[in-house]
Design a protein around this ligand. Sequence first.
Ligand code: SF4
Length: 502
Amino acid sequence: MPSELLTDRLLRSWLRCKRRAWLDRHGPLQRRQWSAHRALALDEQQRSFQNLLPTRPGHGEAACREGAAGVMGLRLHGRGGADLELQAHPSLLQRLPGQSRWGDYAYRPVLARQGRRLTREHRLQLALWGRLLAEHQQAPVPEALVVAGGDRRLERETLQLTAGLQRQLDESLERLAQDLTRTEPPPLVNDRKKCTLCSWRTLCDETAAAEGHLSEVSGVGGKRRDLLLELGVRSLAELAMAEPAQLADALAVHGEQHREVAAQLVAQAQVQAGGEPRRRSADGTPAARGAAWSAALPELAKAPGVLLYDIESDPDARDDFLHGFLRLERDAEGRWPAGPLPLSGPGAGYYQPLLALYEHGEARLWQRLARLLAAYPDWPVLHYGETESVGLLRLAERQGATEAERARLRARLIDVHQRLRRHWLLPVNSYGLKAVAGWRGFRWSQSGVDGARCLLWWRQWRQGGRQRRRGRLQLGRIFLYNRDDCRATWMVAHWLLEQEHS
Ligand code: SF4
């Protein structure tokens, strides 16, 4: 029987989700999607390594022979028992004093950490790199280095590659090899938040929808799904048929908070199963037909226009780098333009992007924002989610706006997402802007673009691309993406307004 080839990438995939490793080996490659998250991680890694090393790292075996301070691109091979062939490609090796087959120095592996903490995934990957490197350099590798922080203050952490860690690695490799021999893919990961960064997401979304997987019900995360499975509720359809009071009692054993949401989960599953939106009562369940209801956006009743507002951020750098506004007025007859808004011509609105550049300082940004907001004093500012209101109000506070000024600003800011959730149950598996506007038929102008891609363009533009034609194109694409988010927000807000007259 030929031996199974296991790589460090496969191990990393498996530690994130068993199905992912299986798809990496056996899945249809044409369904695998490029993800900007990986490019962002590589960009961050490069900046961490530049910060760590005095010179550019060398490449491969030749650089090891020369004793370069850092080495990239070295492929390592080895065996894990009789049936396993191992292969790894460490991100970076760092030279240390010691003895190896190359001379009076040796190397240790370095990993650029994503996220705030060192995880099992990081530890086992480093254990594999350490084991194969020890064989290759003919010298022990007792420790590895973990760095994080990109071009901010570099964090360093040493990890001891203990015998216990090597045992865990052996067990994991064995289980990974077994999982790869399955003829069917392992089930979807329990906590589907992990899927956001996965290149198999679209394929798995289709599977989840076709199966009526419980994770398809908005509000059911990994933990709640476990509890529902324990109670014998295995699918969206079964949740939709559950008796809310009974489910509430059964779930309350695990905490009163579950009792409170039971009726809402059943209602949400029913709406998704039925495919029709329903007005929501105060307790989150569908309102009775004919029951009294209040308008979701009463502030727009007399407003002459609205400012649609969307921020693009770099969360790691805590940098809101773009504040985009789309100004939209009623037409001559006092009607609001219906969505989807065109990108030009009558009813397109006027898009104004305000870039927040470090070199201009926050005070100047606040002046520009305050001037724009002051020019349209009676216009509500519509945004989707709390990022915009939190970001803008904190900025106002830092820039010395008085309590009264901030209260006026707060009163103008309207979170369309919050209003939607308060008033409606929708047949969508997420109340995020993409899912809700998509349900209304909105299509983003650039396919395959998301916030991560936008952030990647922004970082590339900021790192010197701004003079070049490509940089200008990237900036244009960021603006278009941001403008589309404003248009999508309007699509949802306009649907809410239409319901007031239906
Ligand atoms: S999309 Fe989710 S379930 Fe599918 S392979 Fe990726 S992490 Fe696993």
